[in-house]
Write a protein that binds this ligand. Structure first.
Ligand SMILES: [Fe+2]
Ligand SMILES: [Fe+2]
Length: 130
């Protein structure tokens, strides 16, 4: 996958949210590095569980932030979060049926693409209100 490094333009003006986004992106890059080098064994189940938990932590924190500033787009934004969480849960269910179906490279790419597109198209919307 084409690694997209963090840029200042990804900032949403809230240091904690930027830290979550940056950390999540870095973890995806580390995982991608591990799987593409083929040198390290990757526990797919643990990675999926970790992504689901990290997403839950970050998305709930972001939703609380939007509520605390009375951001009018909070409900629509929450819907977008739920859609992505459902997508990852679907991937987890498919993985439980057939582990071979899950390619870590594809998961890394999906998460990286979603995270950056989501920051730029959705998270940036609350920036003027913080
Ligand atoms: Fe968001
Ligand atoms: Fe976010």
């Amino acid at each position: 996958m084409k690694v997209i490094e963090w840029k200042d333009e990804f900032s949403v003006g809230v240091p904690l949210m930027d830290a979550h986004h940056q950390q999540f992106l870095n973890m995806v890059h580390e995982l991608n590095q591990a799987v593409s080098s083929g040198r390290e064994d990757v526990d797919k189940k643990a990675v999926l569980t970790f992504f689901i938990e990290y997403l839950d932590m970050h998305l709930r924190a972001e939703e609380r932030l939007m509520e605390s500033i009375d951001f009018s787009g909070a409900n629509a934004h929450k819907e977008v979060h739920h859609e992505f969480e459902n997508k990852i849960l679907e991937i987890e269910r498919a993985f439980e049926k057939d582990e071979a179906l899950l390619k870590m490279e594809d998961l890394c790419e999906l998460v990286q693409e979603w995270l950056i597109a989501h920051i730029l198209s959705e998270d940036k919307k609350y920036e003027p209100y913080v």
